[in-house]
Ligand binder design. Structure first.
Ligand code: FMN
Length: 208
């Protein structure tokens, strides 16, 4: 299944010309709504949870792009409490497989955490902080970036965060909120049936 459009669009060529002459931001402003947003729509529509990974190693350059997405994501009050652990050593991959049955053969797993001391604290709801929300945005942007790089991933909540923190010896202030196995997907991978089941828009959207 192709991840990206193979053709070079006129808007892409213009983007690079404007980027060279005016700089990247001006090019992005000019392009708002002129084609590149369609690429994002394509990623959103194509992505599915991958549950069978191949052994092909993920290039470090791609790992860096995914980590850059984690860095750039918005966070409450820009507190940036996210901490991303990259599990790739044999020992770490064996350990994470013991902690979750949902690693699906991935050889790279991001363990997405937040720092309780850094997260924004709600003045309205006692004990509520922005950690899970910030790291969910982070995980989603990492997942979409992975897809854009031709990689599959699967967001995982099926693990015990307390046991996981203990097993990896994380400091007390660091809370694991999601696992994201990432990799090239195996040839036989298909979206699971729930991927195509959506609630009707009328049921999901309420206009007040
Ligand atoms: C917060 C969250 C937790 C999830 N946890 C798991 C999990 O533990 N194991 C798993 O196989 N898939 C997990 N998924 C994947 C969902 O099952 C999947 O996104 C959903 O069925 C829709 O399918 P799709 O991602 O292919 O569109 C999770 C997804 C989200 C957003």
């Amino acid at each position: 299944m192709p991840f990206r459009a193979d053709c070079v669009e006129l808007s892409d060529i213009l983007y690079y010309i404007i980027a060279i002459v005016l700089g990247g931001r001006a090019a992005m402003r000019w392009l708002g709504g002129k084609g590149r947003t369609m690429e994002l729509q394509q990623v959103i529509k194509e992505r599915f949870s991958v549950r069978s990974f191949s052994n092909k190693p993920v290039e470090e350059e791609k790992i860096q792009k995914i980590l850059e997405a984690a860095k750039l994501c918005p966070t409450a009050a820009n507190k940036q409490p996210q901490v991303v652990y990259v599990l790739q050593s044999e020992e770490s991959i064996a350990k994470i497989n013991e902690l979750s049955p949902c690693i699906y053969g991935a050889k790279t797993v991001f363990m997405i955490c937040y720092d309780k001391d850094k997260a924004w604290k709600s003045p309205f709801i006692e004990g509520m902080d922005s950690g899970y929300i910030d790291t969910s945005i982070c995980c989603d942007e990492m997942m979409l970036t992975a897809w854009d790089e031709g990689l599959g991933s699967c967001w995982l909540l099926f693990f015990n965060p307390i046991e996981t923190a203990e097993a990896f010896g994380l400091p007390d202030n660091i809370v694991p909120t999601a696992l994201l196995p990432v990799g090239y997907y195996a040839d036989d991978t298909e979206p699971a049936p729930p991927h195509s089941i959506y609630r009707p828009m009328e049921e999901m959207v309420v206009r007040l």
